[in-house]
Write a protein that binds this ligand. Structure first.
Ligand SMILES: [Fe+2]
Ligand SMILES: [Fe+2]
Length: 208
């Protein structure tokens, strides 16, 4: 079989659905590669800043890596704005949906809500924006993590002079993350909080 015969899903056979499932599993193996390509497409989006969206993404990830952050944090920083391409009004939720099965819950939550937290930096300059939108999340277990995520990596990463690592440097980390068993308890680590920074790791990386 190289194609199913049905034209309505309700007419499909067990054999056809097994064939399609095998296809889908093969397709999911290439998620990392597609995401890296999508990041390159980000380069064409949203002008006006001194650096492109791809530059901003790579710079956020570079800062995370240099802070000694673990792979979940680095990949979350790299992909946090990937929703800008197709979901300009909820780009944070879009990115979080992509990450959710594959990274720690803590990182997914920060990506999902970073749009609300980022308003702290510009909301007061624009009519109709709430600078303190993040306050609706006060009391959440990951509130401080998202505040730090935005302060250290997101709002700071618009600098054309910063020494970014290349996107290719992060490719193996993206590959590793999206090869994980989706939604595995050992991946999601529900409720676990890991620091964004690790000074010992950061010092080691500074020597590389
Ligand atoms: Fe964003
Ligand atoms: Fe951002």
């Amino acid at each position: 079989m190289d194609k199913v015969r049905f034209t309505q899903m309700k007419d499909g056979t067990k054999e056809e659905y097994e064939f399609l499932t095998a296809h889908e599993i093969d397709h999911t193996k290439h998620t990392a590669r597609r995401l890296l390509k999508a990041l390159v497409d980000l380069d064409e989006g949203l002008s006006g800043y001194q650096i492109t969206r791809l530059g901003h993404s790579v710079q956020s990830a570079t800062r995370a890596w240099r802070d000694g952050a673990d792979t979940d944090w680095v990949v979350a920083a790299l992909l946090h704005d990937i929703g800008d391409i197709y979901a300009p009004y909820n780009h944070d939720e879009y990115a979080a949906t992509i990450l959710k099965p594959f990274v720690r819950e803590q990182c997914t939550w920060c990506v999902q809500t970073h749009g609300d937290f980022q308003m702290l930096y510009y909301g007061h300059h624009l009519d109709g924006f709430d600078q303190h939108k993040r306050d609706r999340h006060v009391g959440h277990a990951y509130f401080d993590d998202c505040a730090e995520f935005c302060e250290r990596w997101d709002q700071a990463s618009f600098d054309p002079e910063y020494d970014d690592l290349p996107l290719s440097f992060f490719a193996p980390m993206v590959e590793e993350v999206f090869a994980r068993e989706p939604y595995a308890a050992s991946v999601i680590r529900s409720g676990e909080r890991l620091p964004l920074t690790d000074s010992a790791v950061a010092a080691e990386r500074a020597q590389m």
